[in-house]
Design a protein around this ligand. Structure first.
Ligand code: GDP
Ligand code: MG
Length: 163
């Protein structure tokens, strides 16, 4: 079956926006598995002739810092279980946060291949915004803008070489 790419990251970084740009209108129908909360949306896509599935995590929004951290942690763990490659989405406007660092630790321990995407780089003259994300230790961060649609091809190039 198709390899799986999961998009994880804290709320509001633009995961769903990028997910929609990747899948276009190819939303997959998913059967509910009994006893499992389906906090994820699946789609399908193809890039460079490689078909794959995409998971958008983080459908449930919970208020309160502790609850958010708990749900991000849970989503990261689910993504690790299901994904062949993980897109770790951050964003340039708020920069690198403690929650990002926490997710990074979970992903790092998993040993799964991770591509860091830095969304909301809406102005390409501000590419310097991505440099701090090198410190996460997952290699070259990919600059993108879900609003403008830039960087999606770069992200998919980086992801598909790992599939
Ligand atoms: P999610 O919670 O990670 O799934 O994030 P969403 O995709 O729902 O996006 C959260 C907010 O950020 C929405 O208001 C989006 O319109 C906005 N957003 C998404 N991508 C970008 C971007 O590239 N630049 C800017 N400025 N805003 C964005
Ligand atoms: Mg979302």
């Amino acid at each position: 079956s198709r390899p799986v790419v999961a998009i994880v990251g804290r709320p509001n970084v633009g995961k769903s926006t990028i997910f929609n740009r990747i899948i276009g209108d190819r939303l997959a129908i998913v059967e509910d598995k009994p006893g499992i909360t389906r906090d994820r949306i699946y789609g399908t896509a193809e890039w460079n002739g490689i078909p794959f599935s995409v998971i958008d995590t983080g459908g449930i929004e919970i208020d309160g810092e502790d609850a958010i951290l708990k749900s991000i942690r849970m989503q990261a763990e689910l993504a690790i279980e299901e994904a062949d490659v993980i897109v770790f989405m951050c964003e340039a406007k708020s920069g690198l946060t403690n929650a990002d660092e926490e997710v990074a630790q979970i992903l790092f321990r998993s040993g799964k291949p991770v591509v860091v995407a830095v969304n909301k780089v809406d102005n390409l003259s501000r590419m310097d915004e991505i440099y701090e994300f090198y410190s996460l230790g997952f290699g070259d961060p990919i600059a993108m803008s879900g609003s403008h649609g830039t960087g999606v091809g770069d992200l998919l190039d980086a992801v598909t070489v790992l599939l």
